[in-house]
Every structure is written in C-alpha cells, then in structure tokens.
Design a protein around this ligand. Structure first.
Ligand SMILES: Nc1ncnc2c1ncn2[C@@H]1O[C@H](COP(=O)(O)OP(=O)(O)OP(=O)(O)O)[C@@H](O)[C@H]1O
Ligand SMILES: [Mg+2]
Length: 583
C-alpha cells in the first residue's frame, strides 16, 4: 500500500538548502509557486527510502528578482571587453522562486501493520535536490485522516476541525494538554470563553473528571452540567445555601492576612506585623487547646488554617494601643501606645464592610474546626452527579482583594492535593479565566497580587508531580506573569490583534513557526493556532462552539438599536449598584 501518490501537478520544486528543521525549496516555475500558500503542508521524499516522507509546513513564499550578471570573477582583458559588450544584457532580470518550510514530522509505513503512521520525530533530513510535493486533494485528505485517526485515542478530546481540511476532525491529547499546563490566549471576543466551555463540555462526559473554573464575570453560571459555587455578595450573607462559598478569614495564611491589613508604607508596619502575628498565634493555640488537638498543637504554625476569633485579636491590639505601664513616678504610655490606631481602623472597617462579608461575616457553622474540610469537599469532590466541573463565581469579590482570594483558593486546592495520599489523588485542572486580572507580571505589583502569583507559580512549577494543572486564559498575554506562561507546554492562540500580545505569544512558540505565527491577527473568531505536545502537528484549527454557550455573547449594537424602545429602569440599576447585587 502506498501512502501518497503524487503526479506532476503536485510537484513544487527541489530542496536547495537544509538547516535542521528549516528547508528551502527552489520552485521550478512561477506557476508552481502559485500552488504554495503559507500554512499549507508539503511532503518531501527521503533519500533511498520508499514510502517514507517528511512532512513540512510552508512558512514563507518568496519571489526574489535577481540580475543575470553573476558570471564569476572577471580576470582577463577579454573578459572585460565581453562584459562591456553584454552591458545591455546585465539588466535582464530573472526570478528565484523559493519556498521556506519547517519540518514537522515523518510519515512512514509501520512495519508490523504495514499501515501509514505519523510521528513527530525527524529521523532523517531531506536530501539536496530531493523532490517536494504539495499535499492537496486526495493526498491531503488521506494525510489528515491519518492525523485524525492517530489523534483519536481513548484519551483524546475533540476540539474542532482543521482549517486546511474542514472534513478532518482535530483532536487534542487530553493527557498531554493538562500534564504540563496549557494557555488559551486571544483578544477580547476571539472565542476564549467558548473554547473553555467546549473543553468543559467534553470533560464533563468523563465519569470522574475534576476541573475547577475560576469564573470572574459569572459567564459560566448557566452551564447545566456543572456544580456552581458562588462567593457570596453583601445580599447573600445571611443565607445558608449550599452553593454559597464562604471563605472564612482564618483560611488566609500569615502573609495573605498581612497583605489584607497592613500598610507597608506606615512607619510602624513592622511592629504591627509582630503584634498581629503574636495575637493570631495565641488565638489559634486557644482554639486547639479547647478542642484538645494535641498532635496539631505540636505542629501548627502561624500559617495553619485554624479558626480563631478576629474580635479577640482586635481586643489584644486595642489593649496594646492603649496600654499604660508603670513609670518611675506615674504611669507612662506602653511601648506600642498609639502605634496601632490606624491598623485598628483598617481592620475594623474591613470586617464590618459587607463586601468582605464572605470572609468576616460567615455563619458560625462555617467557622468551625471541621468547616475547612467541608469547604474543600464542595470544591474538590468529583464523585457525585454533576460535580466533575466546578464553577466558582468570583464576580462579587471586590477587585482590590480578588488576587488574594483567588490565590487563596488555588493554594488551598494545591495543599490539600499535596497532603492527599499519593494513590488517592485525583488529578485536577484549574481553569483560570481572565488571568491577567490576578496573575499580572512581576513589576509594580501590590502585596495582594504578589501573594496570588506566588501561589500560582508554585503550581506552575510543581503541580505536575501532584496532578494539578493550570489552563491560563487571558486576553492580555503581555500582562500575564511570564513565569507562569512559560511553564505552559501547550498554547492555544486565538486571534490576537495587539502587537505586544503577539510578541508574547510568539516567544512561547517554537522559533521555526514564524510564518504560522504571522497569521495570529487574521484568524477568524473561534479559529486557533494550537502548538504543543497535545497536537500531532502545530496546526490552525476551527474550534467547535459548545452546545451550551457561556453568557458572554458579543452584543450587536446596531441590531439592538434598531428594535422599538422600552423605557429603561435606571432606578433599579442604581439601587442594584448600592445593594451590590443584580438579583
Ligand atoms: N468557535 C466559535 N465559532 C463561532 N463563534 C464563536 C466561537 N467562539 C466564540 N464565538 C462568538 O464570539 C463571541 C465572543 O466569544 P467569547 O465570549 O468566547 O470571547 P472571549 O475571547 O472569551 O472574550 P473576552 O476576552 O472578552 O472574555 C460570542 O458571541 C460567541 O458566540
Ligand atoms: Mg471570556
């Protein structure tokens, strides 16, 4: 059985230069050059082997004018005379047609089954003057079918169709996509949230998948196959609803608490930290003693998530702030007198602010020793019906503490996974939508963002070993932490119009694919370049829209303005704004 049968009409030219993965092909004629398009696939014959072909992607198509005066050195006088006589010939132009390719793999007959097989390895390099053929029509189809059937394994995830052959289904390797993190990048409205929903929809069909979506705008709240959790807003504080996710303040570690309360620019910041930490540790100890948790008492630290009373901490700080100590003749001000006034105001204003209610005003039932296990159970459980996909809606979290809160959830998930017995760990993927909001680049971050980034960077670096994967989704890749992005082994790049963002994405991709990368700004909505080990071939794909769409549809302005008017209820919106609730 032959893999490809080419005739003259497929012929593109001959190999002229080879530089590991890069190959230049000299094209026979202008007519043949017209067959070549950037992104198209080609097959190159291998020296001395039949039925084995190298596959390449066209990266550049170049037509260079050359003057026909290249006659070598002119040595003798006659040469000069002859040259002068030919002067009019010098300006005669001819062209050099070149196609630059990047080699991406080999197709050969598998020895046992004598069936064609594609592999990403390049065992051989092409020979100079070797023939190069365009893959199209039947040849392209048989190659794409080969890719589809090889990509379709028991761990494959159907993502859409290949742009170059819309009849061929494109698969991602579901193992490899999550093994070493992935990123999904594209300008606003390019189809990222839809692509996330497509992936979720497929993952939801697996009996014990475990994906946790950080939803910042409530876009995914209508998905029927997911478990929905919501960080409660001011209106919902009193309610005890299973879908409300209270995150009591005592879950925060020392640094997160400090980032929340302490203003580093204050003169007494250092003293504030010391006094605050001492008070917290005393209170945590009290809790453990009252519950007689001896083992924990021996091991606990300031960072341990143990419930404590923030009111008692405030009492202690107030006491220090007002303390008078005996002096030589009369009482004098204590060492911290007046130093904590601002800190106390800050703590008090935070704990009484309803927007922070999910931290400080959780019902008593959420402030028990066992509450943390229950909270984590809600987020990490995958065994019940519709619990494979967990959507956490953070839309009610005030933006100043959003990074701390998302970082807190990510850290707790990672730590619980870390402390789970190795054989009981279920791998989980964290889908970080709008990552630029809480995973910004290093410079100029405030302490809150710093904490979030450190938590995620740890997952990016070490999550693989414990089965915690990140899918970083962002419309501003140039604003996202480089450490995190560069750990992503697979990149799904949708349309990107901004130059900085394109440059960032290009840096994440192999150098040899420049031509393909240049198509980033001209991709259609829902069309993506996928690069990484989850695909057999770096390819341009059209991602299938999900059947249940996220609530993020682009608004058609002109159409909306064309329908008869209905009086707007501005008063209600204003009141919603005051209540901080749309419902
Ligand atoms: N694969 C697709 N095919 C066709 N239309 C799509 C596809 N994906 C998304 N769209 C449309 O594009 C619009 C925007 O999609 P989406 O909300 O996924 O964008 P986004 O990249 O997440 O934007 P943002 O960065 O603002 O969150 C929607 O109206 C959606 O219907
Ligand atoms: Mg989106």
């Amino acid at each position: 059985m032959s893999i490809f049968i080419f005739d003259k009409s497929h012929s593109l030219g001959r190999v002229r230069a080879v530089d590991t993965r890069r190959v230049d092909v000299q094209v026979n004629s202008d007519e043949d050059l017209r067959k070549a398009r950037v992104g198209q696939l080609v097959a190159l014959a291998l020296p001395g082997v039949i039925e084995e072909w190298l596959i390449g992607i066209i990266d550049k198509v170049i037509k260079t004018p050359v003057l026909d005066n290249d006659r070598g050195e002119l040595n003798t006088e006659q040469d000069y005379e002859a040259e002068e006589a030919d002067t009019f010939m010098l300006s005669r132009e001819s062209v050099l047609n070149t196609v630059r390719l990047t080699l991406v793999g080999t197709v050969g007959l598998c020895s046992e089954k004598s069936e064609p097989q594609f592999s990403r390895s390049l065992i051989q390099v092409p020979e100079i003057d070797g023939e190069c053929y365009i893959l199209r029509d039947a040849q392209l189809q048989s190659f794409m079918n080969l890719l589809s059937s090889e990509g379709k394994t028991e761990h494959s995830l159907e993502i859409g169709k290949y742009t170059i052959d819309e009849s061929a289904t494109a698969y991602l390797d579901g193992n490899k996509l999550f093994q070493r993190h992935a990123s999904l990048l594209g300008s606003t409205g390019s189809g990222k949230s839809s692509a996330v929903a497509s992936i979720l929809e497929q993952a939801a069909k697996l009996p014990s998948s475990n994906l946790i979506v950080f939803d910042l705008h409530g876009e995914y709240r209508a998905l029927s196959y997911a478990r929905h959790l919501r960080v409660p807003g001011p209106e919902e504080l009193g309610k005890s609803d299973d879908s409300l996710l209270f995150l009591p303040y005592w879950l925060l570690n020392a640094e997160e608490l400090q980032a929340m309360f302490i203003d580093r620019s204050e003169f007494s910041a250092h003293n504030q930290v010391m006094a605050f930490q001492d008070a917290v540790i005393v209170e945590k100890k009290k809790t453990l003693e009252s519950l007689d948790k001896r083992e924990v008492l021996n091991a606990f630290t300031l960072d341990s998530p143990i419930p404590f009373s923030i009111e008692d901490v405030i009492c202690e700080l107030r006491h220090l702030n007002e303390e008078m100590v005996p002096g030589k003749t009369k009482d004098k001000q204590g060492p911290f007198h007046g130093k904590f006034s601002r800190l106390l105001v800050r703590i008090n204003s935070k704990i009484s602010d309803k927007r922070y209610g999910f931290l400080f005003q959780a019902p008593d039932s959420k402030n028990q020793y066992d509450s943390m296990a229950q909270i984590m159970q809600r987020i990490m459980d995958y065994s019940q019906a519709n619990a494979q996909i967990k959507v956490i809606d953070f839309s009610e979290v005030p933006s100043d503490i959003l990074p701390i809160i998302i970082g807190l959830v990510a850290r707790l998930l990672y730590q619980v996974q870390f402390w789970t017995d190795r054989d009981k760990r279920k791998p989980m993927a964290l889908i970080c939508d709008e990552a630029h909001l809480y995973l910004p680049k290093k410079d100029g971050k405030n302490p809150a963002e710093q904490r979030a980034i450190e938590n995620f960077e740890k997952i990016a670096k070490e999550g693989r070993k414990y089965g915690v994967a990140l899918l970083v989704v962002s419309q501003r890749p140039s604003d996202v932490s480089t450490t995190i992005l560069s750990q992503c082994n697979n990149v799904i790049a949708l349309r990107l119009t901004n130059g900085d963002d394109q440059a960032t994405v290009k840096k994440l991709m192999p150098e040899s694919l420049e031509g393909l990368m240049d198509t980033l700004p001209i991709l259609d909505i829902g069309e993506a370049l996928v690069v990484g080990d989850a695909v057999l071939l770096p390819s341009r794909m059209r991602i299938s829209p999900p059947s249940e769409k996220p609530l993020s549809a682009t608004i058609d302005f002109w159409d909306e303005w064309s329908i008869p008017p209905v009086a707007p209820d501005i008063a209600k919106a204003v009141e919603n704004m005051r209540r901080q609730n749309r419902r």
